[in-house]
Write a protein that binds this ligand. Structure first.
Ligand SMILES: Nc1ncnc2c1ncn2[C@@H]1O[C@H](COP(=O)(O)OP(=O)(O)O)[C@@H](O)[C@H]1O
Ligand SMILES: [Mg+2]
Length: 419
């Protein structure tokens, strides 16, 4: 007896005889039953058989309890996973009554706001029962895919059948994924693809139109020299309309950047002066004061003066248009140049400010889009800013805008100075 350390325990408890019976499950000892007595007892065969049978039962019970715990844990694990999956999952019966749902589904459909007996999948999504993916699936016994709309969101829905042992569908698992954001990005890609296509097409058309237009303008000019009073008016009309077409074509070509320009050292101040020389008078005629504040120590940039001039022209015309219908005592356009250093890099800034009608918040995102215009047909082409931004970007720069509706706008062109 000295060999067993258990003896010490028995001794301290005053136990004098013990019977040890193994608990055996599937041939493996999973425990031992100890029966002890404070008297000295001789256990006989009968006792042993009784306790062996008892232990067999006990072993089964212990094993069952263990299995039960195992099942419970894995059930809990599975439920946790189900709850926490970021896709929405609903389990519904064949009538569409929602039996189970996860957190994502609860949050999306606000399921906690419904009384449990009212939670029906068809009602929730306002789906016509005759067109129900659930019923469709029950009929075909195949998974179903469908797109649904729920409160302005676009969702993709997949339904999978759950079969019981006798291969009957008894429930349906419905997976729902909110794809609104995905769709929006896809649409944006399509849109920018379309714009690229428009640009390419426009460039093609512009090239085609350029030659006949040159002929029209040239011939009109020739005829104007010998024209009488009546035809002079008509011919000048032809000539000015032709000119306008040419400008539009030029804009289109610049926009699609199909025409190559030489880059050389050029002065933004000079571009401003050139443009003011062109349209300064036209602006002043409309009772607009032009305030010019040019920094004469401005560095040069590497670029194309015609293109920079085109930006200035577009910004000035827009400012003039913005002032047109305004009923204010003093209409002012300020044009200013200066330089600044940012992150160790020198930049040239040109700003064109007006106290015109301003731009409404909702349009700010769109004004640089080609063909976006708020002006009446014939007046605006919606190309000015998109062309200008294209040029600025080709020069390594940007255009930014600050605007207060009813008060005015400031457009700022920012170009890298020549190193
Ligand atoms: N200075 C400005 N003040 C108010 N609105 C402006 C100004 N500049 C541009 N916009 C708005 O941006 C739009 C797009 O301008 P733009 O691309 O030059 O095309 P367009 O002048 O042909 O309409 C204009 O229609 C106008 O609504
Ligand atoms: Mg414009």
């Amino acid at each position: 007896y000295e060999d067993y350390i258990e003896n010490k325990v028995y001794e301290s408890l005053g136990i004098r005889s013990v019977l040890l019976v193994p608990l055996i499950h599937k041939g493996k000892v999973i425990g031992v039953l100890c029966i002890g007595s404070k008297e000295i007892i001789e256990y006989d065969e009968d006792d042993l058989t009784f306790f062996q049978q008892f232990c067999d039962q006990l072993a089964v019970c212990i094993e069952n309890a263990r299995l039960y715990n195992e099942v419970l844990t894995s059930k809990k694990e599975w439920e946790e996973t189900f709850r926490a999956v970021s896709e929405m999952i609903l389990v519904v019966d064949l009538e569409g009554n929602i039996l189970k749902y996860n957190d994502a589904a609860k949050d999306f459909f606000q399921l906690h706001l419904y009384k449990s007996e009212k939670r029906n999948f068809h009602q929730l999504l306002s789906i016509d029962v005759h067109n129900s993916p659930v019923l469709k699936m029950v009929q075909t016994k195949k998974p179903v895919y469908q797109e649904i709309h729920f409160q302005k969101r676009i969702c993709e829905l997949r339904a999978y059948p759950v079969f019981n042992e006798s291969q009957h569908i008894y429930a349906i698992i419905i997976y729902i994924n909110d794809i609104t954001e995905k769709r929006r990005i896809e649409a944006q890609l399509v849109q920018s693809g379309k714009l690229a296509a428009i640009g390419e097409m426009a460039a093609g058309i512009a090239h085609e139109l350029n030659n006949p237009l040159t002929a029209i303008l040239g011939n009109a000019q020739l005829l104007l020299r010998t024209a009488d009073d009546r035809s002079y008016k008509l011919l000048s009309d032809i000539y000015s309309c032709g000119k306008r077409c040419k400008t539009i074509i030029q804009n289109l070509l610049t926009f699609s950047r199909q025409d190559e320009y030489m880059f050389e050292d050029c002065s933004v101040n000079e571009a401003v002066e050139q443009v003011l020389g062109l349209i300064g008078d036209q602006i002043k005629k409309q009772n607009i004061t032009i305030q010019k504040k040019l920094d004469h120590s401005l560095e040069l940039i590497e670029g194309n003066i015609q293109q920079i001039g085109q930006i200035v022209l577009n910004l000035l015309i827009n400012a003039k248009d913005a002032l047109e219908e305004m009923d204010i005592p003093k209409k002012v356009i300020s044009i200013e140049t200066k330089s600044m250093t940012e992150d160790g890099k020198k930049w040239i800034l040109l700003s064109v400010q007006d106290n015109g009608k301003g731009i409404e918040e909702q349009y700010l995102q769109e004004i640089f889009n080609p063909f976006f215009t708020t002006k009446r047909p014939g007046k605006g082409t919606g190309l000015g800013l998109s062309v200008s931004l294209g040029i600025a970007q080709a020069h390594g720069g940007t255009i930014e805008v600050i605007s207060h509706p009813g008060k005015g706008s400031t457009f700022m062109l920012k170009l890298p100075a020549k190193q």
